[in-house]
Structure formats: structure tokens, C-alpha cells
Design a protein around this ligand. Structure first.
Ligand SMILES: Cc1cc2nc3c(=O)[nH]c(=O)nc-3n(C[C@H](O)[C@H](O)[C@H](O)COP(=O)(O)OP(=O)(O)OC[C@H]3O[C@@H](n4cnc5c(N)ncnc54)[C@H](O)[C@@H]3O)c2cc1C
Length: 453
């Protein structure tokens, strides 16, 4: 039997995970990418931001040196930081290309569009190439939203994509938007030495997160000297030489050296020939997909940010895996559909924030009976040894059956620790199962067992 021909447009985490899984299951895979294998995730988003944040974290560690009984000083070498970002990106890129090509995935550098529902045309340096497909995956990602009032110039009025590597560390960055990206950039620039003003359009940073969690982050920002402007909705940006001014709807005016927009993203769907293929978009411009990530056209799937689900690399990758399993027929065997409500996510600030599953406020809003237990890290030996007892673990479970429904962690290594809760939530484990796991002492994870008790 002839192998199924899969054509993938876009090589971010959605595209490349689908490619490797489909190839391992026997599909003939061609992937077209106009920029870099690894996608926006490697080029601009996850990897560079977390690399800069890691350097900021090391600098912050030095400020804690006296607590640890040390005398230490450090300063930023921006050139070395640039090289580090490039080296990490190059390493990941090479590794990914080797993996894909060794699995027989054909990689084409070019811009792809549909000619019709079964034909994708790749526009490459060598000319146009038509690719016949039994199955197509659209994984073209998204790009930063730029409001009409923002004169982005790549120098002082920036989107998140203009910030890597930062040409210089801003003297005074005004961050517009206090969702995950906005607070991560606030943390990143503050830890690298910038003065930061964060414009928070509502009354809480991270408006969709647990209020107690957000409060810990706000306190940490204030302690570090970040100016938090609550209820500040930007509606104008002007640049005058080296000065940038951001006006707010209520008349306030923030003045700094740089403005960074972190106000969401828009899907990359234009120029793809979706009309020729008959693919429908939803009201917000995302590809409309069902629970199998299948569009209205029976053999065209969408994964990642362009599918309008949770905009996370991890979710894009899992969608890519499930799509490969679906069109290769594995869904007829035991196969779990992707449950977006059980996706773990993290905010890489200091302290870190991570959560998974049901949130306390959500449970109350839905009228669910829940058991909530909260354990502060100040009661945890490892947190005290590390000199950072900020934050807490909060576990949410079903009081009748003891099943873990969700959790939030704020504190050191929260993004790593949430993995334990994520495994519990995904597998319907009970509080007792978490307690029975013989965890290492002294570790931060012991607070999870304490919260489950
Ligand atoms: C600043 C920032 C930090 C982030 N940090 C994290 C994080 O720490 N963890 C996390 O899980 N998520 C993070 N995210 C979100 C994450 O980056 C995205 O959810 C993820 O990249 C989406 O993956 P994707 O598969 O949709 O493809 P993307 O990574 O968006 O890549 C899509 C690719 O498609 C290509 N493409 C588009 N159109 C065409 C075409 N016509 N022809 C050929 N190629 C095309 C593009 O060039 C691009 O390479 C972050 C986002 C931002 C903005």
C-alpha cells in the first residue's frame, strides 16, 4: 500500500512534532517552512525569552548571595548574552533538522500556499514546486498584535519579536499588557537592570489567573521597584528622539526609553490560499477545528496557535502528535483526545507561577464542591535552605473521591513542580496517591505531598 502523503505548512512545535510522529508511523512527510525549522517558538518566543530570563535569574541569585553566606558580584555582558541566545537557537535547530531528516522528512525552505484542497505550492529560491497531498497540516503560527496607535519601529517601540536580542538593555521599559508575555518581559527587563513601568489594563496582573497567585507576583514586582499602573489602558504611543511616551485612556502618560507591546497575537492565515482549499476560519480569524484538530475539509488539519486553542508550544506539539495518530488510524486503538483543560502552563517570572486543571475561582463560579489546601513554602525545608521561601502550593481536589482536579504553584521551580500535579490531573490520581509517593527530602515537592494530606 502506498504511504500517506502528508504536507505540513510551518515547522514550529505543531508542525515538527506531527512530522516526526507521522514519519515514525510510516507517512511520507514533506514540511515547508519560510523561516527557520523550529518555528517562531525557537526563533523569537519560548527559547530566546527563557534564555534571557535565565540570565536575569542568575543575576538575581547574586543579590541573594549574602543570605547564602557569600560575597559575590556580577554584571551583564550583553555581547556574551547575545552569543548565548544564538548558540542555543543554533543547537536546537541543528538537533531538530537532524532528527527530522534522519526520519526521512523532506524539508523545503519556502513559502507555501494551497492551490486546491489536495495541492500545496511551495515558493522556493529554485522556483515553484507543487506538492500533492493526501493530508495537509496548517501549522503557520501567529504573530504579535500591533494596535493601530502603535508606531512600531524596531528600535524603541517594540513588539516582543523586536526584543531579541535586545540591541541594548532599555534604561526604562514601558511594558504594555500584563498577560503572561507582559509579565515575563517585565521580569526579564527588570532582572537585566532596566527600570520598568508595567501598564495593567485591569486591576490585577495576569487577569485570568488565581487572584492570590497574581498578588504574590505583584508584591515581588513592587519589591523590585517595578511601577505598576493599574487600570492603565494604553491608547497612544509617540517617540521623540530617545524618549517614548505612552498615553492611557484615563489621561496618564508614561515616559521611558522603550515601549514593548505585549497585547496578544493574531493568526498567520493570510496568503495561504485557504479559500482555494475551502478551509473555514472562525469569527476571530483562526482555522475552525474540531476535537481532532480537523478543519471543515476532511483531510486538512490545523495545529498550534493558528488553531485558536491554547497558545502554548506544549499544546501545539501535543496537537501535532494527536493529528498524526488520528490520520494514521491510531485513534481506533485506545487513544485519548486532547483535553485542553488539563494542559499545564507556567509563567517564567520570579517567583515562577504554574497551574493545571481546575482553578479555585472557576470551581466556585461553576458551583462545584471542592477541597482546597494551601501550603506555604515558608514551611518547606528546601525553600529555606535555598533562601527563597516565597509563595505556596495550592491543590484542588474532589472532596468525595479525593481525586486531584487542579493546582497552582507560585514559587521557586514552580514550572518543574507542576509536572507532578499535571500527571495526577491527567490520570485521575487521588490525594492519597500523591501522599503515598515517597518523595525525596529535602525538596520543594514535599509541599505537594503536604498539600495533599
Ligand atoms: C514571547 C513569547 C514567549 C513564549 N514562551 C512560551 C513558553 O515558554 N512556553 C510555551 O509553551 N509557549 C510559549 N509561547 C507560545 C509559543 O511560542 C507558541 O504557542 C508556539 O510557538 C506555537 O507553535 P506553532 O506550532 O503554532 O508554530 P510557530 O512556532 O508559531 O511557528 C509557525 C511557523 O510557520 C511558518 N509559516 C507561517 N506561514 C507560512 C507559510 N505560508 N509557508 C511556510 N511557512 C510558514 C512560520 O515561519 C513559523 O516558523 C511564547 C510566546 C511568546 C510570544
Amino acid at each position: 500500500m502506498q504511504a500517506k502523503r502528508l504536507v505540513i505548512i510551518g515547522a514550529g512545535p505543531g508542525g515538527n512534532t506531527c512530522a516526526t510522529v507521522a514519519a515514525s508511523l510510516g507517512a511520507e512527510v514533506t514540511m515547508v517552512e519560510r523561516d527557520v525549522i523550529g518555528g517562531a517558538a525557537h526563533l523569537w518566543d519560548c527559547i530566546p525569552s527563557k534564555t534571557l530570563i535565565a540570565t536575569g535569574a542568575e543575576l538575581a541569585e547574586l543579590t541573594r548571595a549574602p543570605v547564602m553566606g557569600l560575597q559575590a558580584q556580577g554584571s551583564l555582558d550583553i555581547e556574551a548574552l547575545h552569543r548565548r541566545v544564538q548558540d542555543i537557537k543554533a543547537h536546537l535547530h541543528d538537533q531538530l533538522c537532524t532528527q527530522l531528516t534522519s526520519q526521512g522528512v523532506r524539508l523545503i525552505t519556502g513559502t507555501a500556499r494551497f492551490k486546491d484542497a489536495h495541492t500545496v505550492v511551495a515558493d522556493t529560491d529554485a522556483g515553484l514546486e507543487e506538492l500533492e497531498a493526501d493530508v495537509v497540516l496548517i501549522s503557520t503560527g501567529s504573530r504579535p498584535r500591533v494596535p493601530t496607535f502603535a508606531p512600531v519601529d524596531g528600535e524603541r517601540v517594540l513588539t516582543t519579536r523586536d526584543s531579541y536580542p535586545p540591541p541594548e538593555i532599555p534604561d526604562h521599559a514601558i511594558i504594555i499588557g500584563s498577560g503572561v508575555t507582559g509579565v515575563e518581559f517585565t521580569h526579564m527587563f527588570a532582572s537585566l537592570g532596566s527600570r520598568v513601568t508595567l501598564l495593567v489594563s485591569r486591576q490585577q496582573v495576569l487577569p485570568i489567573k488565581d487572584a492570590e497567585v497574581a498578588a504574590v507576583l505583584e508584591e515581588a514586582f513592587l519589591e523590585r521597584g517595578v511601577d505598576l499602573w493599574k487600570g492603565a489602558r494604553a491608547n497612544a504611543i509617540t517617540r521623540d528622539g530617545d524618549t517614548v511616551r505612552v498615553g492611557c485612556e484615563d489621561g496618564r502618560l508614561a515616559e521611558g526609553s522603550h515601549a514593548v507591546l505585549a497585547v496578544g497575537s493574531i493568526p498567520n492565515t493570510e496568503g495561504l490560499g485557504l479559500e482555494e482549499a475551502g478551509v473555514e476560519l472562525d469569527a476571530n480569524g483562526y482555522v475552525r477545528v474540531n476535537h481532532n484538530c480537523l478543519s471543515n475539509v476532511g483531510h486538512i488539519y490545523a495545529a498550534g496557535d493558528v488553531s485558536g486553542k491554547l497558545p502554548l508550544s506544549s499544546v501545539a506539539a501535543m496537537q501535532g502528535r494527536k493529528i498524526a495518530e488520528h490520520f494514521m488510524g491510531l485513534h481506533n486503538r485506545p487513544h485519548r483526545h486532547l483535553d485542553y483543560d488539563k494542559a499545564a502552563s507556567a509563567v517564567f517570572t520570579e517567583p515562577e507561577i504554574a497551574d493545571v486543571g481546575l482553578a479555585e475561582a472557576e470551581a466556585f463560579a461553576c458551583g462545584f464542591k471542592i477541597r482546597v489546601t494551601k501550603v506555604p513554602f515558608s514551611a518547606n525545608a528546601k525553600a529555606l535552605i535555598k533562601g527563597d521561601p516565597r509563595g505556596f502550593v495550592k491543590l484542588i481536589s474532589d472532596p468525595a473521591r479525593g481525586v486531584v482536579l487542579g493546582g497552582s504553584i507560585v514559587g521557586r521551580n514552580a514550572a518543574e513542580l507542576i509536572g507532578i500535579v499535571a500527571v495526577a490531573v491527567a490520570n485521575g490520581l487521588r490525594d492519597a496517591d500523591v501522599i503515598d509517593a515517597l518523595l525525596v527530602h529535602p525538596t520543594l515537592s514535599e509541599s505537594l505531598a503536604d498539600a495533599a494530606s
